[in-house]
Design a protein around this ligand. Sequence first.
Ligand code: AMP
Ligand code: MG
Length: 465
Amino acid sequence: MPTPLPSPSFIAASAPAAALAGLDPADLTRDDFVEVFSGNKVAVRSQPLSAVYSGHQFGVWAGQLGDGRAIVLGDLDGPEGRMEVQLKGAGLTPYSRMGDGRAVLRSSIREFLCSEAMAALGIPTTRALMLTGSPQRVMRENVETAAVVTRMAPTFIRFGSFEHWHYRNKPDELKTLADHVIRNWYPEFLDAANPYKELLAEVTRRTAHTIAGWQAVGFMHGVMNTDNMSILGLTLDYGPFGFMEAFDAKHICNHTDQGGRYSYANQVPVGHWNCYALGNALLPLIGTPEEAEEALDVYRPAFGARLDELLHAKLGLLDARPGDEALFDGMFTLLQANHADFTLFFRRLGDLQVDGDVASDAPLRDLFLDRAAFDAWAVQYRERLRQEGSADAARRAAMHRVNPKYVLRNYLAQNAIEQAQHGDYAEVHKLLAILERPFDEQPEHDAYAALPPDWAAHLEVSCSS
Ligand code: AMP
Ligand code: MG
């Protein structure tokens, strides 16, 4: 059962998420909704539960973990199917271990905003329905206040849910779980010769697909432990995540991740490693290691094909041609050498004119210290655009539909957090509205697309939440 919080108060709700749950967003501000969605009252037909799972953390088997501060309330029927509603931070559960079962306002704002920002970017993710605060004090490095994020997903089952039963040597429970997942979310495999192999292959494909989406917008998850990997391939458990600013493929967004296991570049092989851990857990059901390997072999081609597709779209290229890979490689070398801002680069690239010159290139060119290197790459890019007879206006429109102007930069989240900690939620609301339309110009919000200020370079985010 959720543990009530003193004086829960409404902070924010997401209208698109409410629609997915078949709810009217206007209702969410009502006291009775706030009480239910913060865990202070349990609705009549709700049967709260927390789930057990285990997992590999930073590559090491961590044993039993489980929903230490997450409680599922039940399902809501929405227009696109059933959504499970889960409270994060609603108090102690049987799996809380040393924790207090709470979430602080700071990280709850980050999870709330980023879930909805990712959805608007078109990246598979769990959703955030609403955010509730309370004056309840919570101890972390400092004293903070508690909050609850009301999350939604068709299911929150993780790779670690399967690892749990495998490592406990409980084959019957493992099979029950796998059958439950297939019946509810992968019914197309019910009649397959080997449904468990198909399940592994499809989860592997979805994971590769989602991670390609991350790479394409510069999203870094920060804690890609197997207990944070969704069996539906959704981005799950927002903690010390970040969006790439000054490009560095080795960038580590999580201050706690000293070895850089989950750096931007490492997300790709780690995604594969995590699928491997899932395959290992499913092996007794799949049969032979060869069959599991075959399913896991889906990862590299699925990732490669999806990233290739996304990069073509990001550069406004309509078809794939020999030499494109070299053009992409050259671009990443350039971004790396100059630490150019990832989001601004792609957004401004959309404004390039095929017959433009140094003057018209200025906003883009100014992102690079080594202007000559940029000019050299731009010559190749223009040549490639001419090859397919690319038209400036059409390409610009298409590129601006895939290269966001607005992402949840750490400093933007930080500003909203600091104001919220003083009781003012206006910035949370404003950021949510901006990030729900990341591809739209919204000229009145230009400042939110700007380079981070100097103080942001010293922001540290860690697993403390
Ligand atoms: P995370 O790194 O956020 O994915 O969390 C790893 C594990 O620690 C999960 O099992 C969480 O439920 C648990 N956990 C994190 N914070 C708390 C907390 N404050 N109270 C109880 N369990 C927690
Ligand atoms: Mg987690």
